[in-house]
Structures are given as structure tokens and as C-alpha cells.
Design a protein around this ligand. Sequence first.
Ligand SMILES: *[C@@H]1O[C@H](CO)[C@@H](O)[C@H](O)[C@H]1NC(C)=O
Ligand SMILES: *[C@@H]1O[C@H](CO)[C@@H](O)[C@H](O)[C@H]1NC(C)=O
Ligand SMILES: *[C@@H]1O[C@H](CO)[C@@H](O)[C@H](O)[C@H]1NC(C)=O
Ligand SMILES: *[C@@H]1O[C@H](CO)[C@@H](O)[C@H](O)[C@H]1NC(C)=O
Ligand SMILES: *[C@@H]1O[C@H](CO)[C@@H](O)[C@H](O)[C@H]1NC(C)=O
Ligand SMILES: *[C@@H]1O[C@H](CO)[C@@H](O)[C@H](O)[C@H]1NC(C)=O
Ligand SMILES: *[C@@H]1O[C@H](CO)[C@@H](O)[C@H](O)[C@H]1NC(C)=O
Length: 922
Amino acid sequence: MGRLCLVLVLMLHLSWGFSSTVPPPFSPLCLPHQRAALLQFKNSISITEFCPDDSYAEHPKTEAWNKSIDCCSWDGVTCDELTGHVIGIDLSSSCLTGSLLANNSLFRLHTLQWLDLSSNNLNGSPLENTSSLFHFHGLRRLNLAYNNFDGTIPSELFSQLVSLTHLNLSFNGFSGLIPHQISLLSSLVSLDLSHYSDTTLTFDGRGFDMLARNLTKLRYLVLDTTVMSDVPLTSFLNLSSSLQHLSLYFCQLHGEFPSQLFQLPNLKHINVGWNENLTVYLPKTNWSRGLESMDISYCGGLRGSIPPSFGNLTLLVSIHLSGNFFEGQILDVFRNLTKLTSLTCSSCNLSGPIPGSIFDLVSLTSLYLSSNNLSGVIKSDMLSKLTSLEFLDLSDNSLLSLSTSSNDANYSFPRLATVLFSSCSVTQFPSFFRTSKLEHLDLSNNMISGGISKWEAEGWEALQQLYLSNNSLTSFEQIPGQSLLILDLHSNLLEGPILSTFLNLQAPFPMLLQEFLISDNKLTGNVPSSICNWSSLQILDLSKNSLSGTIPECLGNFSKNLAVMDLQMNNFSGKIPDSFMNSVLTNLFLNDNLLEGLVPQSLANSTSLEILNLGNNMLTGRFPHWLASLPSLQVLVLRSNRFHGSLPRSVTSSNVSTLRMIDLSGNAFSGPLHTKLFQDLRAMRENPRQGLPSPSGGTSYNIKDYHISVNVTTKRLELELTETIDIFVSMDLSNNKFFGQIPEEVGQLISVQMLNFSHNNFTGPIPASFGNLTALESLDLSSNKLNGRIPSQMSKLTFLAVLNLSENDLVGPIPHGNQFNTFDNDSYSGNLGLCGLPLSKQCNNHGEAEPPASSVAEHEDSQVPVFWQVVMMGYASGVVLGLSLGYIVFTTGKPWWFVQMVERHLQYRFTNWIRRKRPKRN
Ligand SMILES: *[C@@H]1O[C@H](CO)[C@@H](O)[C@H](O)[C@H]1NC(C)=O
Ligand SMILES: *[C@@H]1O[C@H](CO)[C@@H](O)[C@H](O)[C@H]1NC(C)=O
Ligand SMILES: *[C@@H]1O[C@H](CO)[C@@H](O)[C@H](O)[C@H]1NC(C)=O
Ligand SMILES: *[C@@H]1O[C@H](CO)[C@@H](O)[C@H](O)[C@H]1NC(C)=O
Ligand SMILES: *[C@@H]1O[C@H](CO)[C@@H](O)[C@H](O)[C@H]1NC(C)=O
Ligand SMILES: *[C@@H]1O[C@H](CO)[C@@H](O)[C@H](O)[C@H]1NC(C)=O
Ligand SMILES: *[C@@H]1O[C@H](CO)[C@@H](O)[C@H](O)[C@H]1NC(C)=O
């Protein structure tokens, strides 16, 4: 009995063991050598640190690959049902990161037919020699940020996996030349190599030509953002006639695109948009009948017009024509395209009224006709047939307006969610959209005047984003929308104690509001403390009004999410509330008010603070040393207040400080400067404009109208820094009572662009270490008691455009060379012991000023040759950018040109930063 039991147990055990390794007969096992190759691949590539495990879209598929499970059932692996060969691998969006090298085991899977590695962080063989970069002798600045020196796609992928029919390597980090071996993939039906524009994956002419000739089965070809500037456009004529989908977006193609491509018999989708030097001719006849979508936006300009035959392409669903200038009225051609859902012709130079035929395209879901010269009036009945419309963008047509009428109520737009009508000539709030599902209404920059009545404001159940900035609104009976998340009313003519009206009288009010901007109006009165009921606010901008009274105490901690509080340029008085508890606040602007008292200690709770501007108030007390504990503070402005006393040994808690704009000017700070102060300013000591975190206020929020700005003053100019603020580094200690020597350590702040120590009581020499401040553009040390010579090392400062050393006790020769040849007398006046050009006072053999006999000669014409010498040197050193020779010739003969030009140059540089591209809305 015992023995029988044992045998039974043994048999059971054996059969279990068996069944766990033997597959059901209809599903063959994966082959051991292929399983080994897959596991080896898994081990050669890592998984990114933060990979969402729960999301379907992106998750680490290879993580669960393991030996004890048949590899044919691994996530992402497909085997042939008969042979068990691995024929498909789909590892798209699998958080893979690493290099695919030539010997990767994946390439041993010769039976592979589908390979999808898209949307990972894979790159290829590292570049062998990056030193070629250093052959550009003229190179001034090299930015290698956001690059991981990706490598090329290994040629083995193409030469070994020759059975591939589908290959998708899109959105990885591959770069460099695409190996010619790609043309060995003659069975390929589908190829996608599109990628992000920050790497350069390149086709050379020969490589693409061979691909076009040899890949005769291609139906789907997507090469968006690969560099194809060397590819002759005639190569495209060799592409397979089976081609259905061709996408060459942003490929740097140039020349004439063969119109035959539009006639490929099977073509359904073609996209050649954003090839700025590509000329496109549309064929007059024989269009591919099945064409469903075409994007030719922002090519070098379509030649001719849209041919009438286009109207026969009744299967068209989407057309993108932006950036092409058409002759005549083109939109009528689309009259019969009843399947059209998306039409984009912005920036198409369209003019005149929108043709009525557009309003007959009953399938339209998206209509984008922004940035044209369209005119006329849109009325509710015109849109009545567009019952599928979801997205309407008619912005930036300065002669186009909207009109409401008594029968508006008869029309509804059941799907319309977004209406963008900014920068047109709308004069009236268009209440006819309110019955819809409208979520996003942009009417900014129009001519809406007067008030919005209670009647107009009712309805709007779904409205979440309302932009009414830059109009002439004077009042509101009620705010439209009760679920608003964003309300932007900046730059209107709203006046009176409107905030109290909003907050106290109007019910219901959007309680979930996240962004409220009402700056640059004429609001008066107090801010009622009921504003603290808006506990979801992220941006509160009440700046540039005439609000008065005290700042409600609760404002320091009313919203857990508040990131931006901007109350600047009002008439707020009293103390700053001492209630700050919020740890996500990044930008706090209280400058240009009438605030008094101490800086509240509770600000130390706002540990995310990046920009703190308290300038132009009447604040008192010593330097608020607890600011030192703010780990992210980058910009600190305390200018023009009544602070006094000496600075602490260090204004930061440790030498990891991120501070890079410090403005303490116009106070009564005194005492000497400690050397440690400069040692701890790490952000200012790092390489210019590298590795600096940028303030998040303007970028982490998707709001178009909130711009950070901070003013800096350089010689006679108050400049407003906006988007440029994240790259500006400055220290302004002017107009205080600091004394003692300027520490040598200032010379360690090598990224500083503007330094102002003027109007203090500094003594001793200018440290020679100033010669290390190579990023310096403006230096003001005027009105101190500095003595000694001007260090000759300072002539190394090739960006220096403004220098003021006047009213000191400096002596000896003025350095020459580089920028020193461009400064005029004003830079040195009031230093009786200085000599040499540009002063007329000559130096004697000991480098000392001659007796003041020749000082009469200062305004003589003899300066002109010197001036010319100076100009030519400025050019030779390549520093005086942006000045044109013509301008200089025109203005010859006036001694103050130079200052003016230099200032112009400075302003030019600043404005260019200011104009840097703004974050776009979605
Ligand atoms: C074209 O593909 C075939 C295999 O089908 C291959 O033998 C040939 O070398 C390829 N030609 C080129 C130019 O790559
Ligand atoms: C287009 O042509 C202009 C002028 O030749 C050139 O400067 C520019 O780089 C070209 N653009 C592209 C994307 O090739
Ligand atoms: C549209 O197609 C029809 C039939 O194929 C043809 O007769 C007609 O000429 C075409 N229209 C245009 C404008 O090309
Ligand atoms: C639209 O279709 C009608 C009738 O089928 C035809 O007569 C007309 O020419 C077409 N219009 C365009 C612009 O193709
Ligand atoms: C905020 O700051 C105040 C004053 O410094 C302090 O008493 C309080 O504990 C802080 N609160 C939090 C939540 O950190
Ligand atoms: C900043 O300077 C500009 C002029 O450049 C001026 O218009 C603006 O009012 C100033 N802002 C503040 C807050 O002083
Ligand atoms: C500079 O120091 C002198 C005394 O050394 C003092 O009389 C004067 O007021 C000081 N000036 C300033 C601007 O602090």
C-alpha cells in the first residue's frame, strides 16, 4: 500500500512536471536559441528608472520575460504557429534605454518579420569621433545640452533581419547616417524612422535612392524629421507604386517635389509639410483617386493654385495648406468634399469673406483659418450646418468679426468645444456659443467694449477657459461660466471696486478657478478676504491696478496650489501678511506698492520660491536672513526700500545657492562685504548660462498671458527682462552705504552679466580678479572712493558694453584694447589721476597723468580718427555685433555716438532675449 502510494505520488509529480514544460500540441514551443537571443537582448538593454507600470500605453514589457515561461507567450513576442519561430516583436513604449550595438543578439532572429521598437530611448553605436566638432574654428558657443551622443542604427539590423516586412524604429535616440544596408530589406511593406527633431538621423542620396529602387513592396513610409537634404527629389519617382502612405514632414527637402507622387494609384495619405525650401506643384489631373489626407503646409510655397480637379477627390478627410499663398479664392474648390473633417489654411493669405461653401461641409470637425486676411461678419446661422464642428480657429484675421442676432437661440453647436477668435475685430460678446458644450473661448485682443450683462453671462455651463484680455471691457454684471478654470481679463478698462463685486455679490462664482489674471486694468478698492475662498488658484495676477488697503492676511495660505502671486504696481499698504505656509509658491511679486514693516518670517515656509520681488516699497528692518533657507531662490529684489544694517556673512544657507539676480540697491545697507558672501553664490560662479535651473512660473503653466518680468537698471536704462530672466545673472548693490574694499572673490562670479556697486563708500583698488568676469556686459563702480589703477586684466572683458568708473580716485593709464577702445570720457570723469585715451590728458613716462594743461582739447575734432580706429577694432574683435557700418558712417562727427550705439547694442541683445519664443498654448 505504502509502495503504491509512493508510485502514485511519483506519477502525479512526473505528469505535473511534464505538463508544465510540454505545450499543448497545437502551439509549438519557442526555439531555445531564439529564447536565448531574446533574453540576451533583454539583458543588454535597461529599463528607465521611472517607468509607469500601470499604464497600458507605456510599460516595461521585457520585465516579465523569463526562462520559465515559453517565450512565445512573452509580452510583445509573436511566434509562427507552425514552426515556433519568433516572427514578431512589439516592444513599443517599453521604457527601454541603452545602445543597440552591432553584435546585439536581436539580430540573430533571422525569422523576424515585424519589429517595433518605437518610443523608447534606444540609440546605436556611439560616434567614433566627436572631435570633428572642434574643427569649426569660428565656433563661439557650443551647446551640447539634451544630447546623449546617440549613435547610428547598426547596419547589422538591416543585413541580418532580411525577412522584415514591418519595421518601426521611430522616436528613439538614433542619429547619424542611415546605413545603406537598409535597401536589403526588400520585403519591407512598412517603415517608420520618424523621430524627435533634436537628433539628426540622415539619409544620403545614394542610400535613399537604393531604398526607393529595392523596396518594391513598400506601402507605408514615414520618415518625419530625418535629414534628407542630400536626397535628389527624382529618387522619389522610384518608389513603389503600391505606396499608400508617404510622410516626409520636416525633412529639409529642397527643390521641386515631383507632382507624379500625388498621382500614385494607391496613395491615400501624403505629408510633405514643413520643408521650407521645397516647391510643390499640384498636378492638374489624374490625382490619386483614393486620397484621404494631404499636408503641404509651410513648404516653400505652392506654385499656382489648387486645380479644379481637386474638387473630385471626394474621399478627402483632411487637408492642411497653411503657409501657402494661393492665387484667387481657393476655398470654393472644396465645395463637394463632403467627407472633409479637418481643414487647415492658416497663414494662407486668404482674403475677403469666408465662402459660403465652407459652411456646407457638414462633416467638418476642425476648421483652422487663423492668420489670414479674412473679413466680414460671422453669424450664428452661417454655422448652423456644421453640427459636427468641435474646433474652430479664426484667430488673427483683423477684419473678421462676430455678430449676435435675435434668432441666435435657434442654433446650437452640439459638439463645439473650442472657439479661438483672438486678434480679430469682434466688438460684442458672442452669446450664441453659450448653448453649446463650449469649454474654451478665446476672444483676447479684440474690440469688445462696455460691459458684459447678466443676460450675456448666463448659460456657458461647460466653459473652462475664458480669455478676454486686451479688449476695452469696462464692467461685468456677472462672469460667464460657473466651472471656469482660467479667467484672463488682463489689459482691459475694468474700473472700480470690481473685485468686491465679483466676490461678494455674485453667486455662484467659479470656485474651482485655477488661474485668475486681471492685471493692467483700473481696479480700485480693497481685495476682500473672500478671495481666499478660491482655494484652487494656481496663478493670481492682480498687478498694475490701483488696488489699495492691506493685503488680506489669509492670502499667504489660502490655496495649497498657488504658484504665482503677482500684486505688483498697486497701492497696497500696511504689512505683508505673516501667514505664508504654501510650499509650492514659486513667484511672489509685491514690488511697487506702499508696503511697510518687516519681511515676514513665514516666507521661509515657501520653500519653492524662485522669484521674490519686494522692490519699491517702504519695508524696513535688517536683511531678512531667513531667505537663506530658501533652496530654490533665484531672483531676489529688495531695491528701493528702507532696509539697513550690514549683510550677513552669507546670504545663502550653503554654497549650493541658486541665487543669480540680487538687487539690493537704494537701501541703507552698510558695512563691508564678507568674502564668504561671494563664495556661496554657486549659480553665479558656474559657467555662464549653463546648468541654471529656470524659473518654473512661466513654463509649468500653460497660460499664454502670464509673463514673468523683472526690471534691471543699467546705465540710464531700465530694462524689463521677461522670458530672458532665466538666463540673466546680475548683482546690484548700488546706492547703499557699503564701505571697505571690494573683495577679490567677486572675480569668482564668472557668469555675472551686470554688476553695479555704484554710489557706496567702497575704498581700495578695483580687484584685478575683475578680469575673470568674462560674461560681464555692464559694470558700474561710479561714485565710490576707489583708488589705484584700473587693472589691465579688465581689457579681457570682451562682452563689456557699458563701463562707468566715474567719480572715484583712480589713477594711471586707462587700459586699451578690445572694449576699452569703445568707452568715452564719461566712463572715467571725476578721476583726476587717470590719463590716456579717450581722455585728452596724456600719460607721462611713468604712466601718470600730465599736469592738467591740455584739458581744453577734450572736444576737438582730433577725436574722429581715434573713433574710426576704435570702430575698426570693434569689428576686428567681432564684438560689436549688430552695428552696421552704414549706421556708423551716417553718424560720423558726433562724440556721443558711441555711447548711444553701445547702448543700442545692449538693448538689442536684451530685446532679443526678451523675444525668445514663448511657450505655446495647446
Ligand atoms: C536589393 O535586395 C536584394 C535582395 O532582395 C539584394 O540582393 C540586393 O543586394 C539589394 N540591392 C541593394 C542595392 O541593396
Ligand atoms: C532653405 O534655404 C535657405 C537659403 O538657401 C537656407 O538658409 C536654409 O537653411 C534652408 N533651409 C533648410 C531647412 O534647408
Ligand atoms: C471629375 O471627374 C470626372 C469623372 O472622372 C471628370 O469627368 C471631370 O472632368 C473631373 N472634374 C475635374 C474638375 O477634373
Ligand atoms: C461638385 O459637384 C457637382 C455635381 O456633381 C459638379 O457639377 C461640380 O463641378 C463639382 N464642383 C467642384 C468644384 O468640383
Ligand atoms: C511657517 O512659518 C512660521 C513662522 O516662521 C512658523 O512658525 C511655522 O511653523 C511655519 N509653518 C509651517 C507649516 O512650516
Ligand atoms: C520696468 O521697466 C519698464 C521700462 O523698461 C517700465 O515700463 C515698467 O513700468 C517697469 N516696471 C516696474 C515694475 O517698475
Ligand atoms: C562715506 O563715509 C564717510 C566717512 O568715512 C561718511 O561721512 C559718508 O557719509 C559716507 N557716505 C555714504 C554714502 O555712506
